[in-house]
Ligand binder design. Structure first.
Ligand code: ADP
Ligand code: MG
Length: 292
């Protein structure tokens, strides 16, 4: 599909430039909360783009606008140069396939009355190779093939996140947004899911937008990062530059206060559990030692 490049993102065209761009984005909620204040950024195609900031800094608000799940108070959102910020849902079908989100709370986003195979294949609609796709997707996320017949409550938090990821991958998206997708998980399970995401992003050449309050996981996962505070991007750039030579005081404070930087993210020696053993377990993943 071709489209006229939008004036807000003159460089965005299929095959080159940023895949998603926002310019001068504002979002004020009813009640007067000014959740975004003039946010502009470009997500490079094929990049692993981190958005980091404290709780309440506006990360999820920004994500909802990137995915056209909400409308900005002002400013523009473009996907490959096409404005998506004020479209009707009926005009967003292409985006719903090409951009997918995995949220923090797997139980909240998995219908408890649906079997896993139906959850995963729902975004596909009716297709002939549905069973085959479900089997492929279960395998891709490291779940056993009989998981499809089960209901989500049978699975642990990490496995439910695998189900959410399989569902997100079903329509073969180009952009995967993970909004605090591992934040509810225990340390070791978190590492397994991060490793899985890394592998899938490589394997399917996805553009990753990885959102977290946790600076350590963003450093591990991303090549570029935007730091948010109170609805603004205070700093952004390549992760190594931002983490090793932060230019903004707020970034320095965040780095100094981050427990997961400085090596703490690594699992203790001898405690590593393989993807395979976690995936093979019926409903429990190994309990990590208590945090702290
Ligand atoms: P983050 O994801 O970084 O924690 P959010 O985008 O969820 O931040 O929230 C940013 C600010 O907007 C917060 O002050 C939050 O309370 C407020 N907020 C978020 N969603 C709504 C909403 N639907 N209505 C009113 N205020 C909201
Ligand atoms: Mg959030």
């Amino acid at each position: 599909m071709t489209s006229k490049p939008d004036s807000a993102a003159p460089d965005a065209a299929p095959g080159s430039g940023p895949i998603v761009s926002v310019r001068d984005l504002e979002r004020t909620y009813r009640g007067g909360v000014h959740a975004l204040r003039g946010v502009s950024l470009d997500v490079p195609r094929g990049g692993r783009f981190g958005i980091v900031g404290e709780s309440g800094s506006g990360k999820s608000t920004l994500v909802r606008l990137l995915a056209a799940l909400d409308r900005p108070t002002a400013g523009t959102v473009t996907f490959e140069g096409q404005r998506i910020d004020h479209r009707r849902e009926s005009d967003l079908g292409f985006l719903r396939r090409r951009l997918q989100i995995v949220f923090q709370d797997p139980m909240g986003s998995l219908d408890p009355r649906m079997r896993v195979r139906d959850i995963i294949s729902e975004p596909l609609g009716r297709t002939r190779d549905r069973d085959e796709r479900v089997a492929e997707l279960l395998d891709a996320v490291g779940l056993p093939s009989d998981a499809g017949a089960q209901y989500p409550h049978r699975f642990s938090g990490g496995q439910r996140q695998r189900i959410s990821i399989a569902r997100a991958l079903a329509p073969r998206p180009e952009v995967l947004i993970a909004d605090e997708a591992v934040s509810a998980l225990d340390v070791l399970v978190r590492k397994q899911i991060l490793d899985l995401l890394t592998r899938l992003v490589d394997e399917y050449a996805l553009t990753l937008v990885f959102v977290s309050h946790d600076l350590g996981v963003v450093r591990k996962m991303c090549d570029e990062v935007a730091v948010m505070r109170r609805g603004e991007v205070v700093e952004h750039g390549p992760v190594d530059e931002v983490y090793d030579a932060p230019r903004h005081d707020y970034t320095r404070e965040l780095i100094a206060a981050a427990p997961t930087l400085h090596g703490a993210l690594r699992a203790p020696a001898g405690s590593a559990t393989s993807e395979a053993s976690a995936a093979g377990a019926e409903s429990s993943e190994p309990e990590p030692p208590p945090e702290g």
